[in-house]
Design a protein around this ligand. Structure first.
Ligand SMILES: [Zn+2]
Length: 416
């Protein structure tokens, strides 16, 4: 799979997760009976089954018969789900939610949801039984899923690694043969200085090579690169254009960091906190700026469901822009005369009656589907990238309010 396709998949999964989380946060149990389990990828499934079996037998001490039955049913349902897995959970782990939710009037409904391979690894095993599902850890994973490259260096030592969400992952290190400032007796000062500069240059090349090996393949997924170290090392390194030019463009900033060992990578993340938080919506902002520019100056922009869909099918859409907060369904109607029409409705609303706009006959519902799933499926077939746009800035809000949450930046003008 290409890295673009992987990125598209990751976006789609994030959206699906967000939808499930929104659904789950609306549920409540009448007692402490909603069970959530977070399972890290290195936890043996048989361990988890043993844990759930233990909880099941302890639940027999619950005084309220209704809560007791509800908890035990939830645990049974979780055990059933666990049977689908072999020894270990898939990458990044699994989260399972199960319980009898209140549906009003003393009625309950059994709900079980499994989320596999969240965007960040599940950090620790958690068993949680409450009147609500535990969704916060997953919500954090969705918020903090950026990927950043980290480089710290001085003239003696360097480390490169990743910032994945909130996790710092050291990957490679190097140490230099750069001689100290004190020259040995008998060496000419000039010659010593030249050798020392050469050694520094060699070391910067080595560090850049290390960073290039790690980052260049991932350059389309990386949200930015932070460089840290004492002055003037980091400045010399960046100003000397040692990094691959595409990586150089990704550098968000350079920061003073005292240590250049693995702990220096963590210091770098602390020092660059402001640059990191700004970065989260920088891409969203750039996309929206480009959209408005094209909308104002030319025809290489599209918006609204119908127009965007037509352009997507033509293959003319470079980037599909979807508001992160869009929650709508598309309903496909067909009248007795074979006219097909689409209508977008709020996901919470029931399906309205529809009169064919061409012949006036009553149209029947062919299909009802999540509008984002519908558009993303076409986008994927046409090699169009989908971008989810935050509503945390003005133009992002406008996408949702003024353009129905759907727009596209076109590869060429289509006049559609
Ligand atoms: Zn018709």
């Amino acid at each position: 799979m290409s890295s673009d396709a992987q990125e598209a998949n990751a976006d789609r999964r994030k959206y699906e997760f967000r939808k499930v989380i929104e659904e789950l946060t609306e549920y409540e149990g009448s007692g402490t009976q909603l069970v959530t389990i977070y399972i890290p990828e290195d936890r043996q499934i048989s361990d988890v089954v043993a844990h759930v079996t233990q909880e099941h037998s302890e639940a027999s001490n619950i005084k309220s018969k209704q809560t007791r039955t509800a908890v035990q049913d939830a645990l049974t349902s979780i055990k059933d789900r666990l049977r689908y897995y072999d020894t270990f959970p898939p990458d990044n782990g699994i989260v399972i939610f199960s319980g009898a939710i209140d549906t009003g009037g003393g009625q309950t409904d059994m709900v079980t949801r499994t989320l596999e391979s969240p965007p960040q690894p599940v950090q620790s095993f958690r068993y949680h039984c409450d009147s609500e599902f535990l969704t916060e850890p997953l919500e954090h994973m969705l918020e903090d899923s950026g990927l950043f490259g980290l480089i710290v260096l001085d003239r003696r030592e360097a480390n490169v690694g990743w910032l994945k969400g909130k996790r710092v992952v050291p990957v490679k290190s190097a140490s230099s043969l750069v001689p100290g400032k004190q020259r040995k007796g008998g060496q000419s000062a000039q010659r010593f200085a030249r050798l020392r500069l050469e050694a520094i240059d060699n070391f910067y090349q080595e560090v850049a090579g290390m960073a290039n090996d790690l980052f260049v393949d991932k350059r389309h997924e990386i949200d930015g690169i932070l460089v840290g170290g004492p002055s003037p090392t980091k400045d010399e390194f960046l100003d000397g254009d040692y990094l691959h030019h595409e990586l150089q463009d990704k550098v968000l900033g350079k920061f003073d960091v005292a240590y250049t060992d693995e702990s220096g990578l963590k210091d770098l993340v602390d020092a660059g906190q402001e640059a990191l938080s700004d970065q989260e919506i920088v891409q969203d902002k750039n996309d929206m700026e480009e959209f408005f520019e094209k909308l104002n100056t030319g025809q290489e922009a599209t918006y609204g469901f119908e127009q965007t869909r037509r352009n997507l099918i033509m293959g003319s859409v470079d980037r599909l822009l979807i508001s992160e907060d869009l929650r709508s369904d598309v309903i496909v109607y067909e009248c007795p005369n074979g006219h097909e029409e689409y209508e977008v409705v709020d996901a919470r609303h029931s399906t309205p009656d529809h009169e064919c706009s061409e012949c006036g006959d009553e149209a029947a519902v062919e299909e009802r589907e999540d509008v984002i799933e519908h558009l993303m499926a076409i986008a994927e077939q046409r090699g169009t990238e989908t971008r989810f746009i935050s509503t945390d800035f003005e133009k992002g809000e406008q996408l949702l309010d003024a353009f129905g949450g759907i727009a596209g930046i076109l590869r060429y003008s289509t006049g559609v």
